[in-house]
Write a new protein. Structure first.
Ligand code: NAD
Length: 244
């Protein structure tokens, strides 16, 4: 089973290349914005033809083209890129009619388990509990709130039986009733810290996760690719891979 990486020169692309040998994964090639990074494939289209599954850790702007290429080729694609809009999610749903697509803003076991715990907590606690999601990432991160913070906010909203939109981010002023709030910090080399605070009069619960290394996302993405290759067309999530 051959894997191709999109965004191969980036931080996550390199982390996946580092993690692959220990997982017995066949990384057949990787391309970045300017063409081949390793392997014989000169561009995304050649990479898609030559491999069974693509792993995309590039930018949201490139997603539409990457989904189109995966559809034409008929191979599977793992989408780890974040900063996705509602339109991106609509394009993923359309592509998933023709190919297997697994999209997750966080590929780690820990965060996906945390999301399940947050959903459960939000379902059991009444509307008098305020929910805030706090995240910190390295100074180069482009999108905010992080895809993982939104994933956790969505889990909380699901537990409450409401939809999450639009998210209140770094608010200035009074908290609106029932809001799920977000706050973002950027600095240094932090791989990803997330804290979900559920607070009411007199007490609060804090559920959190700290990523100490990108290797956890890289291993999760490879595991997702190995799981996805050969699956029927459809949209899948990390919870499917992890059996959560
Ligand atoms: P990065 O900026 O280090 O790497 C992105 C790479 O994509 C760059 O090398 C860039 O040149 C390349 N690129 C841009 N346009 C391209 C195109 N059209 N075709 C091919 N390559 C292209 O960023 P990063 O830290 O590696 O993160 C990449 C993405 O993954 C971000 O959206 C980030 O938030 C996300 N991320 C997701 C998870 C997860 O578990 N899902 C974990 C970490 C990061």
């Amino acid at each position: 089973m051959k894997i191709g990486i999109l965004g191969a020169a980036g931080r996550m692309g390199r982390a996946i290349a580092d993690a692959a040998p220990a997982m017995g994964a066949d990384l057949a090639g990787g391309v970045d914005r300017d063409g081949a990074v390793f392997g014989p494939y000169r561009d995304t289209a050649e990479l898609a033809v030559g491999t069974d599954v693509l792993i995309d850790f590039s930018t949201a702007e490139a997603l539409a083209a990457h989904l189109d290429i995966a559809r034409v080729d008929g191979g599977a694609i793992v989408v780890g890129t974040t900063g996705l809009t509602a339109e991106h999610h609509r394009l993923i749903d359309i592509a998933a009619q023709d190919v297997a697509v697994l999209q997750s803003a966080n590929m780690s076991l820990g965060v996906n388990l945390l999301a399940a715990l947050v959903e459960q907590a939000a379902a059991r606690l009444g509307p008098d509990w305020d929910i805030e999601v706090l995240e910190m990432h390295h100074r180069h991160k482009l999108d905010a709130p992080s895809g993982t913070a939104l994933l956790l906010g969505q889990a909380a909203a699901k537990g409450r039986g409401v939809t999450l939109s639009p998210p209140q981010h770094d608010r200035n002023g009074a908290r609106s009733e029932g809001a799920i709030g977000f706050a973002s910090l950027r600095g240094g080399s932090v791989a990803g810290d997330h804290l979900v605070v559920l607070a009411t009069e007199g007490e609060r619960i804090e559920l959190g996760h700290r990523a100490e290394t990108r290797a956890i996302f890289a291993r999760g993405a490879i595991r997702a690719a190995q799981w996805l290759a050969g699956r029927p067309a459809g949209r899948y999530a990390m919870a499917d891979v992890l059996g959560l």
